[in-house]
Design a protein around this ligand. Structure first.
Ligand SMILES: [Zn+2]
Length: 650
């Protein structure tokens, strides 16, 4: 019996096995698979159990296990086998070294790629607009007149890639960022955390116990059974995929409805071909050299995200289980979709009977200009977010301006100063504010001291600034239900220019040595410590590599979470050793300037702490109106990180 027939026979067997049985068989056969060729043993494996999530997506329970990740044959062998593509062995270098990876916990993985119909459910429930629709740049699609795919073009979105897609076809023209929003929605709907699979989980699931080029063998021909893929015989392979003419005939000239081909041994369809699939990891060309063995998650830094598996218009060279490709997170394409993974256990909510303390963090509050006028005319700039601000035990914000009338204005492009009575409105919501930023010193040391005096008169707590450096570095401690949370403020934007010294007033500059020492000291007297740092590149959606490193060191030093502000826009959210890192909350109350984006958005982040050190993160997106005043939004205008996230280990 040849390999192809064996494969077909196994895959058409509709066995729904017991997971335990599967794990046993899997473990027994694992040793054979590592570094060896396709073996008949794996064909005896029972399919894992499957479940359907709250959105009706069929998920397969993928067992924990260990496998060899990366290219099983040498790069020279790949180059020689696929010689007609003209790729040198170096082209495949990122698939090496082959290394052992353990997936330590079972997880759920979509049986199919996410379909147009499933994505439409999400859009109808949330009014979500994909990046291709949002910014007017469009997506990729098939231009019938040209007979090939083109992009970006406004005509093309997930709803219309220029060719017919039914609700059963895989969705495409969705960016990595769009996938995050979809997963967030699923998490809320289902109660289990939904996410993209990691690159390791993806390859593990794709291989399903095999060590061959494809889950069905080594020969490109074997793909006919499992994949909507490109038949190299019909094409001039020298052309770039974009330039390929699309044959008008055939069952599936473009994508195929999901599940049109045979499943692999895990019961997963279309892992090869149909659409490329986004995974969660950042791309690192040399990541395999340093990859962790257990549950690797890709490099901590970098802008590119990995996609896997090849597509309907990919040659078999690119559909191999070990092949790695990447795009920037806002890329969208006519052959790029995704499949979702989920945790097996529901997201753990903090039990209401467990004592906890929750603190609501907001970003930059600037009470000059539009917001200042609003206050002067009797409006409450926080009114639109009153429920959010009061949803925790305490609220904290960054006051990005001076308060008072005195001092000497510094020579700088923007200076902000709020009226002396503005603490009255702040006090309605905020328990403490941070002075660690680049505007609390806009009227020099005199203006800074006057603001402190005013805050003290109004009995509004502050941190991150003081009459001397010692005071500026002192944490503010929130205590509730017997739990203490210390918050530290530090400013890194021209931090030294506005810094307090041993004898003069100013803010706490963000210096690694100091902040780590302050976190360690605070940890001794509080159950949790949160540095609230003013840092990062303005108007950039990504933090700097140096921030990612420092955030991790702060957590290593004992911080339970890291909250950032200053860039005016929100940035990515990371988790490190279970601790959330929000690099930038964006603006909260902030005016517009003619050169600004047409709309500011931000996040309100509620952190809930329990005495055992667990932290829950809950975020809400807000949008600012023309006067710079915020109201909450639900997904329409901003991408939101998962609403509630269980602490995880990195
Ligand atoms: Zn700032």
């Amino acid at each position: 019996m040849d390999r192809l027939k064996l494969c077909m026979m196994t895959l058409t067997r509709s066995s729904v096995g017991l997971l335990k049985l599967f794990v046993l068989l899997f473990t027994a056969a694992a040793a054979l698979w590592d570094g060896t060729v396709f073996s008949q043993q794996q064909q005896q494996v029972q399919s894992p159990a499957s479940v359907t999530n709250a959105a009706g997506i069929a998920m397969v329970e993928i067992p924990a296990g260990s496998f060899m990740m990366g290219g099983a044959e040498s790069p020279e062998s790949v180059a020689a086998f696929f010689t007609e593509y003209g790729r040198p062995p170096e082209y495949f270098a990122d698939e090496y070294p082959r290394h052992r990876v353990s997936i330590t916990r079972p997880f759920l993985l979509g049986k199919h790629e996410v379909t147009v119909g499933q994505f439409r459910q999400f859009v109808q429930a949330t009014q979500f607009k994909t990046e291709a629709e949002q910014n007017g740049s469009g997506g990729w699609g098939y231009d019938a007149a040209l007979g090939r795919c083109i992009g970006r073009d406004l005509r093309f979105t997930w709803q219309d890639p220029g060719f017919k897609q039914t609700d059963q076809h895989p969705v495409l023209n969705v960016s990595w960022n769009d996938c995050q929003a979809f997963c967030h929605w699923l998490t809320q709907k289902d109660g289990r955390e939904h996410r993209l699979p990691t690159e390791a989980e993806w390859e593990y699931a794709c291989r399903a116990g095999t060590a061959t080029r494809y889950s069905c063998g080594d020969l490109p021909k074997s793909l006919e059974v499992v994949a909507r893929s490109l038949d190299p015989k019909t094409m001039d392979v020298k052309l770039h995929v974009q330039d390929l003419p699309i044959p008008a005939e055939g069952d599936f000239p473009f994508t195929a409805p999901v599940g049109s081909f045979a499943a692999n041994s895990f019961g997963l369809y279309d892992m090869h071909g149909n659409v490329w699939e986004w995974v969660s990891d950042r791309y690192g060309e040399r990541f395999y050299e340093e990859s962790a063995t257990n549950d690797p998650r890709g490099p901590a830094e970098g802008h590119r995200r990995v996609r896997r598996g090849g597509a309907w218009n990919s040659f078999p060279l690119w559909s191999r289980a070990s092949f790695r490709n990447w795009n920037t997170p806002s890329s969208r394409c006519v052959n790029l979709g995704f499949r979702v993974a989920a945790e097996i256990a529901p997201v753990a909510k903090v039990n209401s009977s467990t004592p906890s303390v929750s603190i609501v963090f907001v970003g930059d509050i600037m009470l000059d200009n539009g917001p200042g006028h609003a206050i002067a005319s009797g409006r409450d700039p926080f009114f639109g977010c009153r429920d959010l601000l009061r949803s925790g035990d305490f609220a904290v914000g960054n006051l990005e301006c001076v308060i008072g009338r005195g001092g000497k204005q510094l020579l700088k492009p923007y200076v902000f100063r709020a009226a002396p009575d503005s603490p009255q409105v702040l006090k309605r919501y905020f328990s403490a504010i941070s002075l660690a930023n680049n505007h609390s010193f806009d009227y020099g040391v005199e203006g800074f001291v006057e603001a402190i005096d005013i805050l003290e008169q109004h009995k509004l707590n502050f941190f991150g600034g003081g009459r001397n450096l010692e005071e500026a570095r002192r944490p503010f401690v929130f205590a509730h239900n017997g739990i203490k949370v210390a918050v530290l403020g530090a400013n890194s934007f021209r931090g030294q220019d506005y810094a307090a010294t041993a004898s003069s007033a100013g803010s706490a500059p963000l210096m690694e040595e100091n902040i780590l020492a302050d976190i360690q000291a605070s940890r001794k007297m509080a159950d949790a410590v949160v540095p609230f740092v003013h840092w990062g590149p303005e108007l950039s959606t990504m933090p700097r590599a140096s921030q990612i490193r420092l955030a991790r060191r702060m957590i290593d030093a004992g911080a339970s979470a890291v909250i950032g502000a200053h860039p005016h826009v929100t940035q990515t959210v990371d988790f490190y050793r279970g601790a959330p890192i929000i690099y930038s909350l964006g603006n909260f109350v902030f005016d517009y300037y003619p050169v600004d984006p047409p709309e500011w958005t931000g996040w309100v982040a509620k952190l809930t702490f329990t005495a055992d050190g667990k932290v829950d993160l809950d975020t809400t997106a807000i949008v600012l109106d023309a006067a710079g005043l915020p109201t909450p939004v639900i997904l329409e205008d901003a991408l939101v990180p998962p609403q509630t996230i269980q602490s995880t280990t990195d």
